[in-house]
Design a protein around this ligand. Structure first.
Ligand code: COA
Length: 193
């Protein structure tokens, strides 16, 4: 299905919250339903947000990019599982990525991530993200299928709905500064992944 990717505008927020509620019910994302879901989708450090919608205007997906304050966490704590050095460029963080279940496995998530990668690349920003480490989730599979590299694991400073500790996986998106060449799809040329 043809999908439209565009900048999110304030009038989209109610629909985004409705879609997020469906995703939370289906997938438990976010792990803890926010007290203020509109605010959660527009955190203080928000730099940009995109939505995907079908030709009929039904919301299919959402992704945001936030400012990373302080030193890039990838520099601060690096237990790298890849041969590449940690990023040393200013970084932004991909967040609030979700695709409504009816539109999954149609490359909506992949295309939203590509929007963020192009946006960050044109500003000289490295991209990082974190995701709950709950085994082979669709999110982890998506990041690993689109060229993101696992950098390290950590324990969140917040807990799950039952008060349980939460482990996070921290990823970085390889840039052309890294060894090897990165294509727009996040695939490393020459089989260097
Ligand atoms: C993660 C999520 C955004 C992926 O969206 P999507 O539009 O279905 O992903 P795509 O269709 O672009 O998938 C790209 C690739 O990732 C992999 N992938 C995606 N979902 C997968 C799944 N459930 N199982 C295995 N692989 C998966 C596949 O390799 C896929 O390519 P393919 O379909 O050609 O095989 C969606 O599953 C989601 O909204 N999950 C709940 C919210 C969430 O966890 N967000 C992440 C927060 S950090």
């Amino acid at each position: 299905m043809k999908m439209i990717m565009r900048d999110r505008c304030p009038a989209d927020l109610d629909r985004c919250v409705e879609a997020l509620a469906v995703v939370h019910h289906t997938d438990g994302y976010p792990l803890n339903w926010p007290v203020d879901p509109h605010g959660w989708l527009s955190p203080a450090g928000l730099l940009h947000a995109w939505i995907a919608e079908d030709p009929g205007g039904t919301l299919a997906g959402h992704l945001a990019v936030d400012r990373v304050t302080g030193p890039c966490p990838m520099e601060a704590v690096t237990v790298s599982t890849s041969a590449d050095p940690p990023t040393s460029r200013p970084a932004a963080e991909v967040s609030r990525l979700f695709v409504v279940p009816a539109y999954r496995r149609q490359a909506v998530g992949r295309r939203l991530l590509k929007q963020a990668q192009q946006w960050a690349g044109s500003r000289g920003l490295a991209l990082i993200l974190e995701v709950v480490d709950d085994g082979r989730s669709g999110a982890v599979a998506t990041y690993e299928a689109t060229g993101w590299q696992l950098n390290h694991l950590s324990q969140a400073d917040w807990t799950g709905p039952g008060g349980e500790p939460v482990r996070l996986r921290h990823y970085r998106y390889p840039s052309q500064d890294d060894s090897g060449v990165t294509t727009a799809d996040g695939e490393r040329a020459g089989g260097m992944r």
